[in-house]
Design a protein around this ligand. Structure first.
Ligand SMILES: Cc1ncc(COP(=O)(O)O)c(C=O)c1O
Length: 341
């Protein structure tokens, strides 16, 4: 963590909000500045899913959906997200980890970068790297130590060789990197999926060179392989993975709904950052997402994401076919590079 992060202290009012969420009804809170529900202009908020299921928030559900929340998130959603992680990633040792609801994966990612990076630091990345990460670290004048994606995956030999050279030369020109950023499924922009086997190799490299792994995985359910991949989080025996998940690509990007799972201390520092920035991710969005997850159940959620994946698979196939038909002899190598099948 950098100096800025270490200097952060909990916000007293936001800490009080945690008690508010769990307090009994006869506790009167006078310090939090909560607008009184009677002054709110709606009597209900409703939405309808495509299968016709309608949800109406009224009464206390409406209040939860539109009033302030604890920074970590709607407690029921936070619990659901832990179940989600158990169901799909089974992380080891929850007692060392935590989750926090964020306004999308980019929100958590940028906050972790902001609290860990210092000017001129080096970061290990897979090339081509997500432009949102590159833009984020640009003001830090960060040096990107990159390993190339090749046709059969990420060049882990290149990654290890570069790290070995940096550690052994101890040159003043390149700092020892602390962070490995990776977008392992359907990498933006190249579409590459890192195999489970390669993930194990990369995880070993991270352990050997003491790297914090930032696993930015908004496309986890949409990679074109048949089986869901193993995540870095699922293989994390050393509590060095921070995973960023998102509902953007499956429920809608404008909801700004995501979450972060990682070492307790890091989640806490992000929470303290949110306590003084957005306060918490949107209550209404969290209520909607929670409702959808409850409605679908885990099997329904999986079926739903499979359909989304198939939708994109068809469009990918059509696009490749059209590129082959109309662009052959022109610049079709660009398409081949970006849409590995
Ligand atoms: C790799 C990657 N990370 C993060 C994001 C941002 O996702 P979110 O909407 O969850 O912030 C995107 C969106 O395109 C992305 O491709």
């Amino acid at each position: 963590m950098n100096e800025l992060a270490l200097e952060r202290k909990p916000s007293i009012l936001r800490e009080l909000m945690k008690n508010h969420a769990t307090a009994s009804k006869n506790v009167v809170f006078i310090g939090e500045g909560l607008p009184h529900p009677e002054t709110i202009p709606f009597s209900e908020v409703s939405f309808t899913l495509k299968d016709g299921t309608k949800k109406v928030f009224t009464g206390s559900e409406l209040v939860t959906a539109i009033n302030y929340l604890p920074t970590q998130g709607n407690p029921k959603l936070v619990q659901k997200l832990r179940e989600f992680m158990d169901r799909f990633h089974a992380p080891l040792r929850w007692e060392d980890r935590d989750v926090i609801a964020t306004a999308g994966s980019q929100d958590g990612l940028s906050k972790v970068i902001e609290m860990s990076l210092q000017k001129g630091d080096a970061i290990v990345v897979a090339d081509p790297v997500y432009s949102g990460l590159a833009s984020n670290v640009r003001p830090y004048k960060a040096q990107l130590i990159s390993a190339q994606y090749r046709k059969n995956g990420l060049d882990t030999v290149e990654m290890k060789d570069k790290l070995t050279a940096i550690w052994s030369s101890r040159s003043k020109d390149v700092k020892i990197p602390k962070i490995l950023y990776i977008n392992p499924v359907a990498n933006n922009p190249s579409g590459h999926v890192i195999s489970d086997e390669q993930k194990r190799e990369i995880y070993e490299i991270a352990c050997e060179f003491n790297l914090l792994v930032l696993e930015d995985d908004p496309y986890y359910f949409l990679g074109f392989q048949d089986e869901l991949p193993k995540s870095f989080l699922s293989m994390d025996t050393e509590n060095r993975v921070v995973r960023f998940d998102s509902f953007s690509k499956i429920f809608g990007g404008g909801l700004r709904a995501g979450w972060m799972t990682g070492p307790k201390e890091i989640v806490r520092i992000v929470e303290m950052h949110m306590q003084v920035s957005v306060l918490h991710a949107s209550s209404l969005t969290q209520a909607i997402v929670l409702q959808i997850l409850e409605e679908q159940g885990w099997d329904g959620f999986l079926d739903y994401t499979k359909n989304v994946k198939e939708f994109y698979r068809k469009r990918r196939d059509q696009m490749v076919a059209l590129a082959d038909k109309y662009l052959t002899g022109l610049n079709n190598h660009i398409f081949r590079l970006w849409f590995f099948t």
